[in-house]
Design a protein around this ligand. Structure first.
Ligand code: ATP
Ligand code: MG
Ligand code: MG
Length: 588
């Protein structure tokens, strides 16, 4: 697609589609192998990508990048992207995470369903095939059961520049290996007593090729297969098989897996030779993971923040999880824009957090309704109101909800009213104005935005000298939108909310969770970098239109920034808003 910026993945895909790299591909497995295998014979004209999370935690902004890349490529090239749960590690996985991942991918705007198949794929459906593949490798002399201790295995693996040492079990016959492997499967051996290893090369300069373990014993219940298995495939063995069974064409992962690619290729070639899989094999491509300043993107560290009570759960609006970003007010469009803007590269770098914030601002600028909110209120009394407007008079006012609506769309109007008393920001009054100050000080005139021009006359104070009320007079016939509006020139318009119709709201002012731009770089203790002021809760006064917000609705609080009605805690009669992101131009 011409509108999308090209990158190395797009070039590879365009080349493969052009050359028909996968055009000859035929399904080789038997139909029962992949329970959810939906497509039957592959469509050679289509690319297939996949997003393969392990359901052991909540997805974060780095996963959002991977989702947007994989689903985005499939969408742009008329292909298919599979959502696949890489559930080969029974002890750490849970249905709760499966559900949250499904929600996150859907919310981001992507869909994996194909005609006749709306289920996500799951690696555990292939355990039967993987087991047969392991036996086939053993029979062909490509795998053996090793009964060295874990320490012996580690020691004998060697190191960079130092070749490994063959295991004493390496020369067992296929028949012996097969019998022992079946004993592993049948539960005759305890956890850790033996592993199945691929037989490749103990002297390979690539340590990943020094007879990697491919199956281990784990007497553990699996959230999907229950107690059917007590041996489980290792990730490095399972993943290429998952890709091949699902006829993935382009298997896209992060750079840490680059050294695993030779094993990925080795394994699939052996299984193609053995007739278990069809050529051509899927191919792995690596891109740079997302490193975002001021956040950590490791499920383990995010879990620590939750478990140690540093944040209020996985969906705390300060968390870089997708549920956290969503609760903070991020939109799917903003995350898609972010993924597009940061692009796909082959070298690691850091992306500045402000890039993410800029994408949110851009998507909310034209869509978020405006509203006036006073975050730090002081009462303003219009001392001549009763005399010039009538005692107790309330004057209806309106402003557009969208100052720059899209072409041909009329902005809805917000309705509110002005009376003798209104709330203003404390910082909008100065008894003695600093140089250049244009807001309220004795003798100065300003406009109450959408209301009248007023002239400040002073203030009242309590015994401690604390300002309790600001005093002003209203200038009649200057109401916004009336012919007299321009009769008095003023240098500033300030935001306000009427005392008669303003509503109290809880507003959660969020700042960055960490004070350090790279909280976990170089093995630093990220908990030491927590920002102690990342949340400040204020009681604000909001205009009436905001009091009727639906949960999850986004607004621009004029001059303050973009806010969202909290998905969880906001309710009619009990408004709660979260700061999503500040405005680009800070208030002058
Ligand atoms: P974590 O390190 O947070 O535990 P993971 O990589 O182990 O994440 P998986 O569930 O295995 O989590 O990830 C699913 C997919 O998301 C993988 O293809 C992985 O490469 C990708 N991914 C994970 N983190 C990032 C990131 N920071 N940037 C881009 N892609 C990522
Ligand atoms: Mg992983
Ligand atoms: Mg990881």
């Amino acid at each position: 697609e011409a509108s999308k910026t090209s990158n190395f993945l797009r070039q590879i895909i365009e080349h493969d589609l052009d050359k028909g790299t996968y055009a000859s591909r035929r399904w080789a497995g038997s139909p029962g192998d992949a329970a959810h295998h939906a497509a039957g014979e592959p469509d050679p004209a289509k690319i297939r990508t996949r997003f393969p999370p392990e359901p052991n935690g909540y997805l974060h902004v780095g996963h959002a990048k991977s989702i947007c890349i994989n689903f985005g490529l499939a969408r742009d090239y008329g292909g298919v992207c599979h959502l696949r749960f890489d559930d080969t590690n029974p002890e750490k996985e849970d249905q709760e995470y499966v559900n949250s991942i499904i929600d996150a991918v859907r919310w981001l705007g992507f869909d994996w369903s194909q005609p006749g198949n709306s289920q996500p794929y799951q690696a555990s459906d292939y355990f039967g095939f993987m087991y047969r593949a392991a036996e086939a490798l053993i029979e062909a002399g490509h795998a053996y059961v090793d009964e060295q201790t874990a320490e012996e295995m580690r020691a004998n693996r060697g190191d960079f520049g130092k070749p490994g040492v063959d295991s004493p079990y390496r020369s067992r016959s296929p028949a012996e290996n097969l019998a022992r492997f079946r004993q592993m499967r049948d539960g005759a051996l305890p956890d850790g007593a033996a592993v199945l290893r691929a037989k490749i090369d103990m002297a390979s300069p690539n340590i990943n090729l020094r007879d990697p373990a491919i199956y281990r014993i784990k007497h553990a219940e699996h959230h999907h297969t229950g107690n059917q298995w007590c041996i489980y495939p290792m990730y490095t063995f399972a993943h290429p098989i998952e890709d091949a069974l699902e006829q993935i064409t382009h298997s896209i992962c992060t750079l840490e897996f680059e050294d695993q690619r030779p094993f990925y290729d080795w394994l699939l070639q052996r299984l193609i030779e053995g007739g278990l899989l069809a050529a051509p094999a899927p191919h792995q491509y690596e891109f740079a993971r997302l490193n975002l300043t001021y956040v950590v993107t490791s499920k383990r560290k995010l879990a620590q923040l939750v478990n140690e009570g540093k944040v209020n759960g996985w969906d705390d609006p300060r968390m870089p999880t997708i549920v956290g970003l969503r609760r903070r007010g991020y939109t799917p469009e903003s995350l898609q824009l972010f993924a597009e803007r940061i692009g796909v590269t082959k070298s690691d770098s850091w992306i500045d957090y402000s890039t993410l914030e800029g994408c949110l601002r851009e998507t909310l600028e034209t869509t978020a309704h405006r509203g006036m909110v006073v975050l730090n209120p002081v009462k303003l009394v219009l001392t001549n109101w009763d005399e010039v407007m009538g005692a107790g008079h309330l004057e209806p006012c309106t402003l557009p909800a969208l100052p720059h609506p899209p072409e041909g769309v009329a902005s809805p109007l917000r309705h509110f009213q002005i009376g003798k008393e209104v709330w203003i920001e404390r910082e909008d009054f100065a008894e003695v104005p600093p140089k250049g100050y244009k807001r309220l000080f004795p003798g100065n005139k300003v406009r109450l935005k959408g209301g009248y021009v007023i002239e400040c006359t002073g203030c009242t104070k309590d015994a401690n000298g604390h300002i309790t009320e600001v005093l002003a007079t209203v200038v009649p016939d200057t109401k916004s939108g009336t012919p007299g509006a321009d009769s008095v020139k003023v240098k500033a318009a300030i935001t306000w909310v009427g005392v008669s119709d303003g509503v109290q709201a809880e507003v959660r002012m969020y700042d960055r969770l960490f004070s350090d731009a790279q909280p976990d770089a170089g093995g630093k203790d990220f908990l030491q970098a927590l920002n102690p002021n990342s949340l400040k809760v204020v009681t604000a006064i909001i205009e009436p239109s905001l009091a009727h917000a639906q949960p999850d609705a986004k607004f621009q609080f004029e001059r303050h920034g973009y806010f969202v009605a909290d998905r969880v805690d906001h309710a009619l009669g009990k408004p709660v808003f979260n700061l999503a992101v500040g405005l680009k131009d800070s208030w002058g």
